[in-house]
Design a protein around this ligand. Structure first.
Ligand SMILES: [Zn+2]
Length: 100
C-alpha cells in the first residue's frame, strides 16, 4: 500500500511503486506455493525441495533483491526531492506559513 508520505513522487516513482506491488504479489504467490504440502519435495534426498519448489525459492530471492534495489532507488529519489525543496525554500527566504 502506498502511503501518504509518498505523495508528490514522480510518474517514474509511481511506476516503481507499481513494480514493487507486483513483486510483493509475486512473492506472496510463490511463498504460498512453497508452503503447500508436496509429495515430490518429500522424495528429494537431504530434505531439499523438488525442482518446482526450488525454482519458487530462487524466484522469491530474485524478487526480493529486485524490490530492495527499487526501494533504494526510491529512497535516493525522495532524498533528492527533499533536498531540492529545502534549497528552494532557502533561496526564497525560508519556509512561509499560510501560503503567502
Ligand atoms: Zn515440491
Amino acid at each position: 500500500m502506498i502511503g501518504e508520505e509518498f505523495r508528490g513522487v514522480s510518474v517514474a516513482g509511481r511506476a516503481r511503486f507499481q513494480h514493487l506491488q507486483a513483486l510483493e504479489d509475486a512473492i506472496a504467490y510463490r511463498r504460498a506455493r512453497v508452503a503447500a504440502p508436496c509429495a515430490d519435495c518429500g522424495q528429494v534426498p537431504g530434505g531439499g525441495r523438488c525442482d518446482d519448489h526450488a525454482c519458487d525459492l530462487d524466484l522469491i530471492a530474485a524478487y526480493e533483491l529486485t524490490a530492495r534495489a527499487i526501494i533504494a532507488g526510491l529512497s535516493c529519489q525522495l532524498a533528492a526531492q527533499r533536498a531540492g525543496i529545502a534549497r528552494q525554500r532557502a533561496a526564497s527566504g525560508g519556509f512561509r506559513r499560510g501560503g503567502a
